[in-house]
Design a protein around this ligand. Structure first.
Ligand SMILES: N[C@@H](CCC(=O)N[C@@H](CSC=O)C(=O)NCC(=O)O)C(=O)O
Length: 281
């Protein structure tokens, strides 16, 4: 297991916001993540963890600086872990577009050159990172997962592919059907190759349709109705329909006037944290 190097440490709402760098055996690069530890984590008690996956162009910092999640996390006694959205570095493959390469890992394990040597984000966020966090911080093994846009896709597929690993999942403005929309098709063609059957393993509509009746993770999805990416990239109704057809416990909430930005996330993050607290605390 890799050693953690502390990058920064800030007091927030009686707890601590900390950033760490480590060498990841999964991505073969240095990775940075942030953790918010609520005040409850300073005693002998261990606290549960919400993993947050960010969207295209983000690092570990966007959510921690813009969502305003720390106040409610402190009140509820929930730690939050926010990883980066891809491996990074001069030796890491990249693309000129904002929607492929560094900052756009799509939370899949790449099988294609030149991406596969470092772009193993699915294993990083579902395996290596939780093991590292649970070994080094005062947290227990109660986990939930949430995210935004590309990160909403990451959160939903991580929960659907690992029944029982996450006690709940939620997403803001997620890319629910990446095999059928331009962002997902571009990234999956690059990272996973031409076999579209292989793409389905990372598509939440496909996964929710195939989910076993005994494998259910409570899910909340929030979508702004003035989101500039709603019709072309996000298509939440497809997930709602697939969930309904398979009797899956998914709640889709739609909010008039809200767009794709962190203003939307900041407006409803308290609701999402309280949703997760029902299962974590
Ligand atoms: N053209 C934009 C696209 C980038 C963008 O909107 N990124 C979103 C996530 S989109 C889906 O994954 C985001 O969270 N941005 C960071 C932020 O802090 O708002 C662009 O490159 O500007």
């Amino acid at each position: 297991m890799s050693t953690l190097e502390n990058i920064s440490c800030n007091r927030a709402f009686g707890g601590w916001h900390k950033r760490y760098r480590h060498t990841s055996s999964t991505t073969g690069t240095e990775m940075v993540f942030a953790i918010y530890l609520p005040p409850q984590a300073s005693g002998s008690r261990k606290v549960p963890v919400l993993y947050w996956l960010s969207g295209l162009t983000c690092t570990d910092e966007n959510f921690m600086q813009k969502a305003g999640a720390q106040r409610m996390a402190a009140e509820l006694g929930i730690a939050i872990v926010a990883p980066d959205t891809s491996p990074r570095g001069e030796e890491v493959a990249n693309d000129e577009g904002y929607d492929l390469g560094q900052g756009a890992g799509f939370y899949v394990n790449s099988t294609q050159a030149p991406w596969q040597s470092h772009y193993q984000m699915y294993d990083y966020i579902t395996k290596e990172l939780p093991e590292l966090v649970e070994a080094n911080f005062p947290v227990n093994d109660k986990r939930s997962i949430a995210g935004h846009s590309m990160g909403g896709h990451g959160a939903l597929i991580s929960a659907l592919k690992n029944p029982g690993r996450y006690l709940s999942a939620s997403a803001f403005s997620p890319i629910v059907n990446p095999t059928q929309v331009p962002w997902g098709q571009k990234a999956f063609a690059a990272y996973l190759g031409d076999d579209v059957e292989a793409w389905k393993a990372y598509d939440s509509c496909e996964l929710i349709a195939a989910a076993d009746a005994n494998d259910r993770t409570p899910m909340l999805v929030s979508q702004g109705l003035s989101d500039e990416f709603l019709a072309e990239q996000l298509t939440p109704q497809r997930l709602k329909q697939a969930a309904r057809d398979n009797g899956y416990p998914l709640v889709l909430e739609q909010h008039e006037g809200y767009d794709h930005s962190y203003y939307f996330i900041a407006s409803f993050i308290e609701q999402h944290l309280k949703f997760h607290a029902n299962f974590l605390v």
